[in-house]
Design a protein around this ligand. Structure first.
Ligand code: FES
Length: 132
């Protein structure tokens, strides 16, 4: 039995400006986490829904990234304007927000791609000196 009905991890990882991989912090990860926490508190659901910051979830090209357990639902390209919908639809009503899901096939493919394959198009012409 899980301690929380829903355990939400919001990537708030930071990288230097211009980093090849970008970062969820630059995509609003902290603001998204704070808004989710606020909505949970307002709804008095703190005992059943937990919102935590996460380091890099290794899906940076989809930032800002959120993963919700126990169902392991991955959301990508989440913006601050999407937070209320994720809260109400997924966390309260149990219905995933389909338009923001990262397809399982895409998640599986991440581990088989090189960094250049993952980020080459996104940051064409940029080189990173920082691993990870
Ligand atoms: S920086 Fe958020 S998934 Fe990597």
């Amino acid at each position: 039995m899980s301690r929380f009905d829903k355990h939400v991890f919001v990537c708030t990882n930071e990288r230097p400006a211009g980093h090849l991989k970008g970062s969820c912090s630059a995509c609003g990860g902290n603001e998204i986490k704070n808004k989710l926490k606020s909505l949970v508190k307002q709804a008095n659901l703190k005992n059943s829904i937990r919102i935590n910051s996460a380091g890099c979830l290794d899906a940076c090209e989809y930032g800002a990234v959120i993963v919700i357990y126990p169902e392991e639902t991955w959301y990508g390209k989440v913006g601050l304007n999407d937070v209320a919908e994720i809260f109400q639809s997924h966390l309260v009503e149990g219905e995933p927000v389909d338009r923001l899901l990262i397809p399982a096939s895409e998640l599986a493919a991440i581990s088989t791609k090189s960094t250049a394959e993952r980020f080459g198009d996104r940051h064409a012409g940029k080189k990173s000196s920082l691993p990870g």
